[in-house]
Design a binder for this molecule. Sequence first.
Ligand code: COA
Length: 319
Amino acid sequence: MTALGRALPERVVTNDELAQTLDTSDEWIRTRTGIRERRMAAPGESTVDLAVAAGREALGDSSVDAVVLATSTADQLCPASAPQVAARLGLGTAAAFDVNAVCSGFVYALATAQGFIAGGIANRVLVIGADVFTSLVDPTDRTTVPIFGDGAGAVVLRAGDSDEPGAIGPFDLHSEGELADLLWVEAGGSKHRFSEDQRDHHLVMQGTAVFRHACARMAESSRAVLEQAGWMVGDVDRFVGHQANIRILQATAKHLGLPADAVVANIDRVGNTSAASIPLALADAVDDGTLVPGHRVLLTAFGAGLTWGSTLLTWPELG
Ligand code: COA
């Protein structure tokens, strides 16, 4: 990993603002989720727009052979959004495609990019996690609206030695499709193309079940990847988990036996930004000095699908 970028919509939506239209309160949202505010894309501001901004910051003057965009809120159902991102970034005819593993998408996309590089298919890959989840939630649903926000984060991966700082891997990736309906948008795809019931076109979530699965799977996957790498739990300096709920992050860290100060969290400012969550948390941790070169970092994510996965790296000096 050689570079990092991010983009957030300008509009900040506080819990108090949500409480003006929903039967909720700042106190409920803060204590149950750890979220104080989130960013919301303006009308017409899309996943591609945010992905381009984050990608531009990560690329600087450099170029890449491939773009892997983790998203489940592509600008269109068809085609993928990554080619439009590559075009707007002036990347010529670089390979470009989307990876949809929802909130685990960034870890899946890192694995895909690492595989492209290890397989000699590309030398440099731009990996972006970007989502406009506020486009999926029912604005009248107090069980989902407070949780999600919009954003994008990006990193550049380049070919290198597996023992240098920034080398990514091993990976632990899994899914459990039997539980897809715990968190999904039922209509609008090829199965239920159109529903008279508007709710079928919005995200529905069984929050308590998702909470339980998220804690168990992120802990299990973290242990698996640590074992593959030969790291002990005590080797981990920073735990960067998917920012779904501060209580999920704290419970998972506790299961693993990690100290509270190893947990990287920016959920209070951005909410759950789905595929953008991990790179945004990394970028904020670099900015505030909680993540510095040499730190051994555990990344773990969980999302709809269900999907989950983890990876590791020693934090590098970024270009
Ligand atoms: N404001 C006020 N009250 C709310 C509310 C809101 N926004 N949302 C739900 N409630 C109410 C419920 O109706 C319920 O009321 P009741 O006790 O009278 O029935 C009560 O609060 C408790 O609801 P519950 O769903 O049991 O709360 P919880 O502690 O499980 O927290 C979540 C709810 C959604 C915050 C939590 O389950 C969670 O974070 N789940 C995981 C979600 C997630 O991470 N999704 C993305 C995964 S990638």
